[in-house]
Ligand binder design. Structure first.
Ligand code: NAD
Ligand code: LMR
Length: 329
């Protein structure tokens, strides 16, 4: 039995993400939770002829508890999206409380699940989830992931538009965090390798860092990336399932994770990022979640400057999440 749960399943990301998870044959049960409309989304998806049994839950009658019980993997796209002129940090006021309360229920009803956090600001919501799990004594650093896959997907697409490569075959490690200057694409490590001009490197870096703003602007008040995010979230969820259920070895995906898992290499990254407790780096997945957090590798002089610029903002975002939980009753 492999149960996947989507929290915020009726939203712009939640619906297409739930559709893509319904198409994943490893999942045998798909529980959809939202404060509105989730039973309707579940009824609709349940007619698709794939193995997953789909159920939908609302808050009454222990809906969240039932949705979470026996979960293997939980994806969280619950919360408000940006409008033009907003930063992701502007979402903290509303989304921090939503994520804290969902994490509290995860700690109680599915403490062993893999938790994938999409809700923004990711740089702060991941520390919020970790602090809540710690508070309940159920934190496992190998099982909590900030989903930064959309940055990786964008990096493949945008670099290919310059290099002419097939975007599906291009891999660019994107490290750091998930907002503006904290997003650090390592174009010097692109595979297959390609020599961009410095002008192209700077333009591509800016575009990858602010790709989310392109969508927010184009949607003009109707929200942020939903469809590309659903694909990216489903890809990351599928990587977790392939590693933890199917036992596939050697899967590597960048993800924003807690770095204190000394046994899995977090300390090595921590030392290169001025002691930050969270950072997105290439993460190797295994049967029990994070198998190894890979070091950042050789950085160009330009990438070293990007890293320097990212660290203070990341530190502030992380501290904000940690303090929020410390100050919550
Ligand atoms: P949306 O408003 O369309 O959907 C959010 C859903 O969350 C709604 O259905 C809402 O009812 C639900 N919700 C609100 N409070 C809830 C609660 N307490 N419990 C369960 N569900 C609740 O928004 P969206 O476009 O789907 O975006 C969702 C979040 O994902 C935003 O915070 C957005 O910034 C973020 N996002 C992250 C990335 C990333 O790369 N990590 C990419 C895109 C969007
Ligand atoms: C994105 O990168 O598209 C998301 O984080 C949503 C946003 O606010 O830009």
């Amino acid at each position: 039995m492999v149960k996947a749960v989507v929290l915020g399943a009726a939203g712009g990301i939640g619906q297409p993400l739930s559709l893509l998870l319904k198409l994943n044959n490893t999942i045998t049960e798909l529980a959809l939770y939202d404060i509105v409309n989730s039973p309707g989304v579940a009824a609709d998806l349940s007619h698709i002829n794939t193995p997953a049994k789909v159920t939908g839950y609302l808050p009454p009658n222990d809906g969240l508890k039932i949705a979470l019980t026996n979960a293997h993997l939980i994806v969280i796209p619950a919360g408000v999206p940006r409008k033009p002129g907003m930063t992701r940090d502007d979402l903290f006021k509303i989304n921090a409380g939503i994520v804290r309360d969902l994490a509290t229920n995860i700690a109680k009803y599915s403490p062993n699940a893999y938790v994938l956090i999409i809700s923004n600001p990711v740089n702060s919501t991941v520390p919020i989830v970790v602090e809540i799990l710690k508070k309940h004594g159920v934190f496992d650093a190998k099982k909590v992931f900030g989903v930064t896959t959309l940055d990786v997907v964008r990096a493949s697409t945008f670099t290919s538009s310059v290099s002419g490569a097939n975007p599906q075959e291009v891999r660019v490690p994107v490290v750091g965090g998930h907002s503006g200057v904290t997003i650090i694409p390592l174009l010097s490590q692109i595979a297959p390798s390609y020599n961009f001009s410095q002008e192209d490197i700077e333009a591509l870096t800016k575009r990858i860092q602010f790709g989310g703003d392109e969508v927010v602007k184009a949607k003009d008040g109707a929200g942020s990336a939903t469809l590309s995010m659903a694909q990216a979230g489903a890809r990351f969820a599928s990587s977790i399932l392939n590693a933890t259920v199917s036992g596939e070895a050697g899967i590597i995906e960048p993800s924003y994770v807690h770095l204190d898992a000394d046994s899995v290499g977090g300390d090595q990254v921590k030392n290169t990022v001025d002691g930050l407790d969270y950072f997105s780096s290439n993460v190797e997945l295994g049967k029990n979640g994070i198998e190894k957090i890979h070091p950042l590798g050789d950085l160009s002089e330009y990438e070293k400057k990007l890293l320097e610029a990212a660290i203070p903002e990341l530190r502030a975002n992380i501290n904000k999440g940690v303090s929020f939980v410390a100050e919550s009753k």
